[in-house]
Design a binder for this molecule. Sequence first.
Ligand SMILES: [Zn+2]
Length: 368
Amino acid sequence: MDEFSQPFLSPGSRQPITGFGANFSSAVPDAVSHYPPRPFPSDFPSPHPMGRRCPAVARGDNNDIEMDSRPVKNIAESFWVSSYYIAMEIWHRGHIAVEHKGFLEANRIKHEHRFSVKHPSQIRDYIFEISEDHLAFREIMGRLAREYTYVTTFFTDDERLKADYCIIRTDCSILSSLDKANADSYYTFKAPYFSGFCSKCGTGWSQIAPFQLKREPKIGRNQFCGFGSGFELFCTSLVLGEFSSCKIGGFETWPLILEEGHEPIESLKQIMVTEVAEPAIAEDLVEHERYCQTDCPVCGQTWHAHYIRGMLPLRRTALKPNVDFQLTNEWFGNGRTARREMLISQRVVRLILENKWKGAELVPIQAV
Ligand SMILES: [Zn+2]
């Protein structure tokens, strides 16, 4: 097995963890030692060519910040990445002061300027994107001196196919199909659609009624869609037919109702997962730079930070073995984004990828 074939472990499973040094918290894992830069083939012009497709961080772990919504579905589509990278990449996006411009340019780190609000002709700072594999990653972390970065992990389809389970979320939103009253209920997790919502941490809710739409949504070539919050999963009859013939289990379907006429929409149904795993987070393997958990003083539930750096490690014995859909016992996020994650089996992942069904984002987890 060469180094490109090595299984890529979660950050938490790599030892030892050391600090960045004087300019950075010693609690922060040394990402460079965790993710050593891979050697570049001699015929390759540059470790990080500026023309390379560079992922934008769309989902920060701050619940309300979406820095950039440029879609990057699969980084492996880049010829360079697909040729030489077969493991996940962890990207950071952040702001850095103008004095570091020369450093960004010298190291060919993708960046763009941001103008000052007060003085519109002056550059306020630079927004940069960098992979933890980049040779200058350690230095830029030091220069940032603990300034926050937004992290996104990009996985390859090979990793998705090899994982025992993937989290499934949708990346096709039909939120505009909800009228204002229904959108308000959706956003506040209150009646008529939800009950049990903790006003402090957002956990504990359950959906109690089918969603009503003001019109039949247009989803183009997508087979999956949702409202953009990552917990509801709608899919087409084509997908449900395939699930049925493959005896995919662990869910029931709810209709989506048209407000006018109160008829169910024929083309889409909601997948309602009926199975819930036991508490499964492998505490000894999680990474601690971005991940944490908090006990809610109001409802007593524990909510977990969204796991954004690497693969979420879950105990295999806590997961239900013979179902294709299940929810995590744990709630992730807080406030508006709190939810259980929806896990799908390797069989479902294979169906989605082999059929090239669009509209679903698959995030592999590490079953240990
Ligand atoms: Zn709570």
